[in-house]
Design a protein around this ligand. Structure first.
Ligand code: 5CA
Length: 440
């Protein structure tokens, strides 16, 4: 993509309405645009990042055997009346009437709809476990939407649901998600810690939030620092290894605000290991047994007996993650962002010094651009006639992690190649291609 033709409406200054750095950067670099309170359009740069995050989430769900599907955003109120949540959900639910005066709603989550789909097709325990997910827009009419896409009203979420015959099997499913979440966030270069959490309107009594540390986070957390050292490189997904993996984390006291108990914290964690801080919830998993299957009569045949299935649900805030990664990676003071390459909107940028009446550097840049494209790399080339220092400043803000700078002493065997926050190196195009492809 040529910068002059791209739709990246960069603002000169930080927008005053934004309070946290992710919101500021997303508005400043034209990643999103507010359409009304808590509702945003995703412009090309932001959309590219969100799609890359979505793809990582998808691959890691598929890897542990979860099947992708797609449910609608608009649901009928009837299934919510069956589960009893239609009234409980209160004003956060956006309620709509269609032309036949039927009560509809914009889904805030999908436990009811998936249970309805499950019960109409699955009849025998022999088809279990069933693990299903979709990635879809949700709507919650938050009282105070804030911090841009971090707490908004319309957001993009991955939600998965598990159906099992027994508690024991259901916990195995739960642990598969536990592992897949650790791997998902790791691929985004985030350190997300699982913490015992409250279940709120979803219900049940077992739940973990996955939290990344950030001063601007809305979740208060209390944790034993040693949890950051737990080795989570588990690849085998048998029952025992996964149960052990969860135990390795649960050994250390680590809870969100609602679960906090001062004396428990002090008795379990030595003073020098105690950490009380704030974080961003990027994922949340729940086990709630037969809460919905009993209310909605979702049962299967088990040796001649009808058993209510045991269910869990598992969310990841796909759109929130865009902001969470910025909170973790953006150096606001020096105005330098560096996207992990796995989610970066482009793999590399090319910044030629362009002098009036001399197109030679732009021609060189275009040649390199074409070569990189041939090698499946996604590149943004700055073909504007801005001076090089303002180009670098602009691209440091955009956060594409690698820059090729084409200046006065261009030598095709020693191309200036710079990773943001590091000293430039001078290498051939072949080597550049190797580095970018290896890191991808
Ligand atoms: N049904 C369950 C699991 S699928 C559920 O809805 N869980 S949740 O309420 O915790 O939401 C899942 C994830 O969506 C959260 O961890 C968070 O990352 C994201 N999320 C929730 N509310 C918002 C919001 N208002 N704005 C942006 N992201 C949100």
């Amino acid at each position: 993509m040529y910068f002059s033709k791209s739709f990246i409406p960069i603002l000169k200054n930080n927008p005053t309405e934004a309070k946290i750095k992710s919101h500021k950067l997303m508005l400043r670099t034209g990643m999103i645009k507010q359409s009304s309170a808590g509702i945003y359009s995703w412009l090309p740069l932001g959309f590219k990042v969100m799609k890359k995050i979505e793809q990582i989430v998808r691959e890691e769900q598929n890897r542990v055997g979860v099947q992708e599907m797609l449910m609608p955003t608009i649901q009928s109120s009837e299934i919510w009346k069956e589960s009893g949540r239609y009234d409980d959900y209160g004003e956060e639910m956006l309620r709509i009437k269609d032309r036949q005066n039927r009560e509809m709603l914009y889904g805030p989550t999908n436990e009811e709809l998936i249970t309805e789909i499950f019960r109409s097709s699955v009849k025998s325990y022999k088809s279990l476990p069933q693990l299903l997910y979709h990635i879809q827009w949700k709507f919650r009419d938050e009282l105070r939407p804030r911090f841009g896409i971090m707490r908004c009203r319309e957001f993009y979420m991955k939600d998965a649901y598990s159906f099992d015959i027994s508690d024991d099997e259901a916990l195995y499913s739960y642990n598969k998600f536990f592992l897949s979440y650790l791997n998902t966030f790791k691929r985004m270069e985030l350190s997300a810690i699982p913490m015992a959490a409250d279940t709120g309107p979803i219900g049940g009594n077992l739940s973990h939030e996955f939290i990344i540390l950030a001063d601007t986070g809305e979740s208060k957390i209390y944790t034993d620092k040693r949890i950051f050292e737990v080795d989570s490189t588990e690849t085998i997904i048998d029952k025992n290894s996964l149960a052990q993996l969860r135990k390795d984390f649960e050994k250390y006291y680590s809870v969100t605000d609602e679960k906090f108990n001062k004396s428990e914290f002090e008795n379990n964690v030595e003073e020098n290991n105690r950490l009380q801080t704030k974080g961003i919830e990027v994922g949340h998993i729940f086990y709630f047994g037969d809460k919905y299957s009993r209310a909605m009569n979702a049962n299967v045949d088990y040796n001649g007996k009808k058993e209510f299935v045991k269910m869990g649900s598992y969310g990841i805030g796909v759109s929130r993650l865009v902001g969470a990664i910025i909170e973790a990676k953006y150096d606001e003071k020096n105005e330098i962002m560096k996207w992990p390459l796995s989610v970066s909107p482009y793999d590399c940028s090319i910044l030629p010094i362009i002098n009036k009446n001399d197109n030679s550097n732009l021609d060189r840049a275009v040649n390199i651009y074409n070569e990189l494209k041939k090698n499946d790399l996604d590149v943004l080339i700055d073909d504007t006639d801005e001076n090089i220092s303002s180009k670098i400043k602009k691209f440091n803000l955009l956060g594409i992690p690698y820059q090729i700078i084409i200046g006065k002493n261009f030598n095709e065997h020693k191309i200036e190649f710079k990773e943001i926050n590091k000293e430039p190196i001078f290498i051939s195009l072949d080597k550049i291609i190797k580095i970018l492809n290896k890191k991808k």
